[in-house]
Design a protein around this ligand. Sequence first.
Ligand SMILES: C[S@@+](CC[C@H](N)C(=O)[O-])C[C@H]1O[C@@H](n2cnc3c(N)ncnc32)[C@H](O)[C@@H]1O
Length: 275
Amino acid sequence: MLKKALASVLSEKESEDLISAFDQIGDIIIVRIPDTLLPKKKIIGETLLNEVKIARSVYYQASDVEGDFRTRNLEILAGEDNTETEYKEFGCKFIVDVEKAFFSPRLSTERERIANLIQEGEIVTNMFAGVGMFSIMAAKKKKCTVYSLDINPVASKLCEKNIELNKLAGKVISINGDASKIIKEQLENKSDRTLMLLPERSDEFLESAISTTKNGGTIHYYSHIHADKKSEAGKLSEAHYLQVTPVKSEILSSKIVRAVGPRYYQTVVDVKISK
Ligand SMILES: C[S@@+](CC[C@H](N)C(=O)[O-])C[C@H]1O[C@@H](n2cnc3c(N)ncnc32)[C@H](O)[C@@H]1O
């Protein structure tokens, strides 16, 4: 239907590329547009707004996800200019701000995987928690306590709102600041499970992750890895982890989370540490 609507504006190949490159988050659509199609961006925005029934705003993603807060610049193409929206995933509700705090709908399978792994009664440190997506899903699904850390004040505020919205006060605790500093000051040897979802900087924060994790606890170590063969990406990230870790570690599993470029993957290695 969308392809048909775009047919008056774009060629078939152009509309196929465009459709595979847009995200719908609540009532917001975010579209990446190749440079060759930029002169048509307004009409693309208006067509998407008219055709996607529940869309309220259409934004063009004008930069990559960047900086310490992992945020992106958005430019309004059509509809209301308001980057905050409500998003639902696996029975949880979230207020997200698609410009001021990191959010990706493309991590939902990984969020579900982690929530399933958590055992009743666990304490979890989510070092780079954003608006609390992993933390809230985990605490909604399992009886556990999650420390949800983020350096971006907007992300931490939204995480607080989301804790309230999902009635998880006391089960998810939002703390704003640098994860290393917070761990050093209040969370050493606290967690049964630690999440490191800042794949670009995992090596830099590995010591802090080890420091917050109890002896025998699990770390989910995310990283970005080049692999000529997709089937080798998991094993390559295991080898990288084993090379950089200062502690005895048992690899539990590894996998690709998503492709992030040509022959470039975001991976996760689950490890049990001894210290
Ligand atoms: C890739 S996002 C992941 C967010 C979240 N886990 C999710 O999946 O929605 C990385 C997050 O790390 C936060 N961050 C960056 N440096 C940090 C630091 N030193 N301490 C705590 N959080 C940090 C950013 O603000 C961003 O929200």
